[in-house]
Design a protein around this ligand. Sequence first.
Ligand SMILES: [Fe+2]
Length: 286
Amino acid sequence: MRTIVAARRPSPVEQHDPVPDLGEDDVVRGEFVVVDADTGEPVLIQAKIGGDLRTVRRLLPTAKYEGLTSEGRLSGLRYAHRTFGYRPRLPLRRREACSSCNLAQETPDLHDAIVGLEPEIQSLFARHAPDAFARHRQIIDDAVLPDWRINGGPYTSGIINATAALTYHRDKNNLPGCWSAMLVVRRHLRGGHLHIPEYDLAASCEDGMLLIFSGETLMHGVTPFRIRLGGYRYTIVWYAVANMKSCLPLADELAWGASHRTQREAAEAAELAEAEAAAINGGEDE
Ligand SMILES: [Fe+2]
């Protein structure tokens, strides 16, 4: 594994700035660890995943992707994506309880193939950034019950991004101190590298590469890409969602969700009845 020592410097790049088309010569390829010049700590890993990606590759196109939906607008995501793993309560969206994303029901083979990669992702993280991994593990062990973690491991949730060149951003909603892991599955395209402006570095994101870094603290974005016939670029990102820390043990969470759903439905029914009564009374007055 190659080590690249890089100094972190403030960058003028801002959230949502488009990522420039970097020359291919400026892109770092293959497997490497970027070590911060000042702290001596690893900050980014690009490592080839050893597991078999054939099933994932074959099944990725079969998932139903959410794109420019109301959900996309609400969450700020304006590209085709699909979540997996667990999701927190979201009463405003009528999600009273923590629950699992329904990719597992819709396309179980794809879900199982993705989840099957989790042990290797965890072991690459532990091998190449042991201190950051230990911190991440401690934070999630303290915050989120194993019931709400994929395989009981260090991630609660994930997202599949289908062929999107993302502008610069920091990942939102992550458990502070926890890193993200991004697997790249791609064919027949140029570009689509991950640029980290503060380290002035672009990781190639070749097919089968796993990138592990602190997505919540390091600004990152994807360079423009040109897809040839039959090409695609998926990234499968694993992360720890901060709001999962309020999820109760599974049975208690289901009971909590059911009672709050009942309360909400009763309140809605009362409101409706009141509105109807008002309309009827209004009618009589005329
Ligand atoms: Fe990101």
